[in-house]
Design a binder for this molecule. Structure first.
Ligand code: PAF
Length: 313
């Protein structure tokens, strides 16, 4: 069937509901646009596991500072070509008004970010019917999930992604939704959000795309010289070493962490910004390893900040 592009939420919701009523399974990949190989991997996985593949292209102002929002590389024609090649059935491409009908000016989204260190419920998601900037159905992510890893630096960003994904799930009611494991904190938050509000929807994490030499795919890789790239790869090997220790039965997190740090320390030009072993679902640092965990490291190579993660189930 030829790929469809729909801008209206109501039309999209009716179209997808008809597909579901005829017994078809809906796989959904939300995106901000600027589609690349990482998105293609998600779409291919959705294609393999569902009858209908829907993607959304929506540059969500809640997730960006104003400058980043303005500079985000969007090319809808190119995105359409990539989606068509990847066998997508429907692109939902709403306007900002369609998704946030009560927000008057674009600057109101950036004003909402000033509230970023507000009090949150410790454990529960809270839906704010309408905040003072006109954002309706604003999802506040519990502090236990936000105040971990990188979330400490920009907690509002996760309220932004949880809010838009909540709205998209309401419109589309898909059977499965696909997200990259590369943004591991976002994934953990959306898992929990879906479990809370959309219990019959399955959130699927797709392993991070790696380049041929094993480096995690990132637009920042282009900034690395050959030597710096090798250093980043050595950091990755250090995580792999940690993984091997765990698979061989080491369950003391501090021993695994010190073995990883030892390997990273001997690399010149690397500064570790943050390193930890956290529980895959709660994102809390663990002292004893059991069940699914994430080896997480954020590091600088000559001022370029990179993140690498390994999930060990
Ligand atoms: O990961 C992203 O691309 C975005 O955060 C998402 C999930 C599409 C929500 O805007």
């Amino acid at each position: 069937m030829p790929m469809k592009v729909i801008k209206s939420a109501l039309e999209t919701s009716t179209y997808v509901a008809n597909m579901r009523a005829s017994g078809q399974k809906i796989g959904f990949v939300p995106t901000l646009g600027g589609l690349h190989k990482g998105h293609q991997l998600l779409m291919q996985r959705a294609r393999e596991e569902n009858d209908v593949v829907v993607i959304s292209i929506f540059l969500n102002p809640m997730q960006f500072r104003k400058k980043q929002f303005i500079e985000y590389p969007s090319d809808f024609e190119q995105d359409k070509t990539i989606a068509r090649k990847t066998d997508v059935d429907l692109i939902f491409h709403p306007s900002i008004d369609e998704m946030f009908p009560f927000v008057k000016r674009i600057d109101d989204f950036f004003r909402f970010q000033n509230d970023e260190f507000r009090m949150r419920d410790n454990k529960r998601f809270v839906v704010e019917p309408k905040d003072k900037n006109g954002i309706d159905n604003l999802i506040r992510v519990p502090s236990t999930l936000v105040e971990q890893l990188d979330g400490k630096l920009h907690p509002w960003c996760f309220d932004g992604s949880a809010t838009i994904v909540y709205k998209l799930f309401q419109i589309l009611q898909p059977n499965r939704a696909y997200f990259g494991e590369k943004d591991i904190q976002q994934l953990a938050i959306l898992w929990k959000m879906a479990e809370t509000y959309f219990p019959s929807l399955k959130v699927v994490g797709v392993p991070a795309l790696r380049e041929a030499d094993g480096l995690a795919f990132s637009s920042r890789n282009a900034l690395l010289s050959d030597e710096q790239r090798q250093i980043a790869l050595n950091v990755h090997s250090a995580l792999r070493h940690g993984e091997r220790l765990i698979r061989r039965g080491e369950f003391e997190a501090f021993l695994v962490l010190s073995a990883i740090k030892e390997i990273i320390k001997v690399q010149s030009f690397v500064n570790i910004d943050y390193i930890d072993i956290v529980d895959k679902k709660s994102l809390k640092p663990v002292s004893q390893i059991s069940g699914g965990i994430i080896l997480y490291v954020a590091f600088f190579i000559n001022g370029i900040r990179l993140i690498d993660t390994l999930i060990v189930d």
